[in-house]
Design a protein around this ligand. Structure first.
Ligand code: HEM
Length: 863
């Protein structure tokens, strides 16, 4: 009889024997072998006389999802029986599986995972991991071991709390984890599975090479723990012990051991692969972008961070923890898959490794790790259909939500504090995860602030001593990144070190190698950097680092974006002399270049291309702005640097649009974020960024709150804000002694305007004009407007369409000046709203800003 499988492409020997396939399987090469066959023969390949591998969305749907849980599993899964019992994972047929799944599925539902008790447990373990990172700072951390310990502690928390493990801190528990993780018994078990008779004879000899499964410590731990009856209600054990289900002790222990094992290597490997990839030089810009998102949203929940989500998805796509075939039997009567008829009993499978990379129309350049692909709206549905890391259908991974929460919370905890780099001794190699990463920590820009959530961070300085004797020198490896975080040119920093140490430095290294002559410890430089920050970065009044450098009439001032203060820099300092002598001349061309650079930076690309700190790394600051009266030729170091950057940016295609990746702005996400906020009115009236509170002013917002509350009450009484009289509002502000304060403007914008703002501006312009008397006031007006729009956009997405009109009206009524609004429009800021909203508002403002710029250029030309 001619087999219908003969029609399926594949190597010639697959028609006659499965030996080649088995040979690859014993060499742990099956997955790669099948993938090569897919590349050669297409998404359907016959791999053995009675076995076919598929790699298409249609096949995934048919094999794993038809009838809910797809086709039955093969006896391959017998290899994974625990204590001789079948667990949910090892049940072969649908009905047995459904029975067990009904008992325990709710423990893994997302609603159960996001319960505080469950999430707090994961967060505590992520904190333990971070402690480990801090302990290894300046050195290396064995990620493979620690991540598996983390996964172990998380899963046992979910299974057994309060009797879970603490392997990140206790060596006894770590030993259990090692036993399970380093179990290498699969080859022995495969032999037993394929040749049971031979195994009986050769089993003892085989033992010398490949041991049978032996995990006595884990067995004892699970059996002992399952004997306890004090587990928390959210745990799996608590559920399995419920008398209604009538499970015996061994069934319960087997199920728990199975989940414990399923939860260690999978999550541990997935995180390990991902962190290894993020640490590579080729991916460091993805790490930076992730850090930027995390630092810009320090309070965001792990599941509300789109770039983090994209990073995790891409990690699981490129490096699925279970990359291999998941074999199933074709049910009775046979089935047609991908157009090929398959007789009953044929073994069919898909493997995540191939499914997630074979279709290049869905995953272009499939072997490249590129998280951005998950942010492109086009092709979203197709990508999701081919995402198979957790398998699919009723027998897909039940622990998926737990695993994702663990992965995201760990990455959030690590990358908002550290930079990871591969240890210098490691060579990349795919099949064996290379696992040591050097932790370069992020430190607070103000090191006297110990708050780990302080929003201004920079990399800790890293140095490398090179050469000997007279030629000994110190390379400041990450000077560019630190300089960028401080929004100062690298030349300022290196020159400052030079002056302080009395050493020669190089000012404009073409290859980004910043050098100080002599040997200097990183710690010493870090201390000196504190001095630089205090003298040349921090606002003298509020100590906020978001300052612009202004150079005018031989004076250097720091213009604080947080409090508006302009502080003088001490001109007696040596670096002041250097700064004054090296002012870039502001030409029209420079202006255009800055605009180009800003635009590209807004697209997040500058950061990616430079492979350093990045615009979004909490630093929406700009480079020093020279005044028109600046001196020196435009060929100096600084200008050259700006030019090269701008040129580089022009030559490179901008791939990602800012609003695609920064923060999820879908209605759903916006609503979810709003729900997290305390109360509507409170949200509406957040007066400051946290910067002023940070400075210990203790909030001090009460009078402003009073004004806001009073206006709100008046609006309620008078049935609408439009019925509240200007004069009354002004008098109230006067009563409170704040009628001339810039923050009053901030309160007013958010209370006297609503979604009908365009009709309201004209009527309120008189009162506002009376109050608005400086640049700070204008900034408050714009900031308050951003906040209002961000707040209203949840229910009125059309608010963004009104931005141009609003600005026109402000401009028309002389409430804002060209200078201030242009400056405001040139860079997003987190001062009043989250960065994404700020960017969105500015993007919406673009037509108005372009119009202003063109008008300015025309008038320049007239001159
Ligand atoms: C990144 C992490 C994880 C990945 C990639 C992953 C992947 C998978 C895959 C592909 C399957 C299907 C296996 C098959 O059909 O042969 C599966 C099943 C399963 N996973 Fe996961 N898993 C992960 C984490 C977890 C965690 C944390 C747990 C639990 C604590 C877990 C528990 C299970 C269980 C119990 C099954 C069997 C489900 C069933 O047969 O109904 N997994 N997982």
């Amino acid at each position: 009889i001619v087999s219908p499988l003969n029609k399926i492409p594949g190597p010639w020997h697959a028609r006659f024997t499965s030996l080649v396939l088995k040979w690859h399987e014993f060499r742990a090469n099956r997955t790669r072998y099948i993938h090569e066959l897919h590349l050669e023969y297409g998404p359907a390949v016959r791999i053995a006389p009675d076995e076919v591998a598929f790699a298409s969305a249609g096949a995934v749907k048919e094999i794993y999802c038809s009838g809910g849980s797809g086709y039955d599993k093969t006896e391959f899964y017998d290899l994974f029986k625990v204590y001789g019992r079948r667990t949910m994972f090892t049940t072969l047929n649908k009905d047995d599986h459904a029975k067990r799944k009904r008992i325990l599925a709710d423990r893994y539902a997302n609603t159960n995972i996001v319960r505080p008790q469950s999430l707090d447990g994961i967060a505590a373990r992520a904190a333990n991991f971070v402690t480990r990172c801090f302990q290894s700072m300046g050195g290396s951390l064995d990620l493979y071991v620690r991540l598996h310990a983390y996964a172990f502690d998380c899963v046992t928390h979910h299974l057994f709390h309060p009797n879970g493990t603490n392997s990140l801190q206790s060596s006894k528990d770590e030993e259990i984890m090692r036993e399970v993780t380093f179990d290498d018994s699969l080859q022995n078990r495969l032999f037993q599975y394929y040749w049971p008779a031979a195994h009986k004879i050769f089993g003892k000899i085989l033992y010398l090479f490949a041991k049978p499964r032996e995990t006595p410590l884990a067995d004892d731990f699970v059996l002992d723990t399952c004997a306890r009856t004090d587990t928390a209600p959210f745990t799996l054990l608590n559920r399995l012990q419920a008398p209604t289900f009538n499970l015996d002790d061994l069934d319960i222990a087997a199920e728990c051991l199975d989940h414990m094992a399923a939860g260690i290597d999978t999550t541990g490997d997935a995180l390990c692969f991902l962190m290894w990839e993020l640490s590579q030089p080729s991916s460091i810009h993805y790490q930076k972008r992730l850090q930027a998102e995390l630092l810009a949203n320090p309070d965001a929940s792990f599941d509300k961070l789109p770039y983090l989500d994209a990073v995790v998805m891409e990690g699981l796509r490129c490096f699925p923890a279970i990359p291999m075939s998941l074999p199933r039997y074709v049910p009775s009567g046979g089935r047609t898959v991908d157009g090929f008829f398959l007789p009953e009993g044929t073994t069919v499978s898909c493997q995540a490794y191939s499914v997630q990379r074979i279709d290049r129309t869905v995953f272009p350049d499939p072997d490249t790790f590129r998280p951005e692909r998950w942010l492109e709206p086009k092709g979203d549905a197709e990508r999701k259909k081919l995402f198979f890391a957790f398998a699919n259908g009723g027998r897909g991974c039940v622990g998926k939500h737990l695993a994702l929460a663990e992965m995201k919370m760990l990455l959030q905890a690590v990358y908002s504090r550290f930079t990871t780099l591969p240890d210098a001794t490691m060579e990349p190699h795919f099949s064996q995860p290379q696992t040591t990463a050097t932790m370069a920590s992020l430190v607070n820009v103000r090191r006297d602030v110990s708050d780990p959530f302080y929003r201004y961070k920079m990399e800790r300085l890293q140095t490398k001593i090179e050469g000997k004797g007279n030629g000994i020198k110190t390379v400041v490896v990450n000077l560019s990144s630190v300089a960028q975080s401080l929004a100062r040119p690298g030349s300022y920093l290196i020159k400052y070190f030079g002056f302080e140490l009395g050493a020669q430095t190089n000012l404009d290294p073409p290859d980004d190698r910043w050098i100080i002559n002599g040997a200097h410890e990183a710690n010493k430089l870090q201390e000196l950097l504190d001095g630089f920050i205090s003298k040349f970065v921090l606002c003298k009044k509020c100590k906020n680092p978001e300052t612009d450098v202004h150079i005018k009439d031989g004076r250097i001032t720091l213009d604080c974006k947080a409090c508006g203060q302009r502080s003088e820099v001490d001109l007696r300092l040596k670096l002041s002399g250097f700064i004054l002598k090296n002012v870039p001349k502001k030409t029209k061309k420079d202006k255009a270049e800055r605009r180009a650079a800003r635009k590209a930076k807004q697209n997040g690309k500058a950061d990616a291309e430079n492979g350093s700190g990045g615009d979004d790394n909490g630093s929406d600051q700009a480079s020093p702005v020279a005044d028109d009266k600046g001196i020196e030729s435009d060929d100096d170091a600084l200008t050259r640097k700006i030019k090269t950057e701008a040129q580089g940016l022009e030559n490179k295609q901008v791939e990602v649009k800012d609003d695609e990746w920064a923060v999820d702005m879908s209605e759903e996400a916006v609503k979810a974020r709003q729900q997290q906020l305390p109360g509507e009115f409170k949200q509406k009236l957040v007066l400051n960024g946290d910067d002023e509170d940070e400075e210990g002013e203790g909030g001090g917002n009460t009078v402003y709150d009073q004004l806001g509350t009073w206006i709100q009450e008046q609006a309620d009484q008078k049935e609408g804000i439009n019925n509240v009289d200007d004069i009354d509002i002004y008098i109230k502000a006067k009563e409170l002694g704040i009628e001339s304060k810039h923050r009053t403007v901030l309160v007013l914008v958010q209370t006297i305007f609503d979604e009908n703002i365009c009709n309201q501006i004209g009527k309120r312009a008189g009162m506002l004009k009376r109050i608005i008397s400086s640049e700070r006031h204008e900034k408050a007006l714009l900031g308050g407007t951003e906040r209002l729009i961000g707040h209203l956009a949840g229910e009125h997405p059309e608010m963004y369409d009104k931005v141009v009109k609003i600005l026109q009206l402000y401009y028309h009524h002389d409430l804002i000046s060209e200078e201030v609004v242009t400056k405001w429009g040139s860079r997003a800021s987190k001062k009043y709203v989250d960065l994404a909203t700020s960017k969105k508002v500015r993007k919406a403002a673009e037509p108005f800003l372009t119009w202003l710029a063109e008008a300015e250029e025309e008038s320049d030309e007239d001159e």
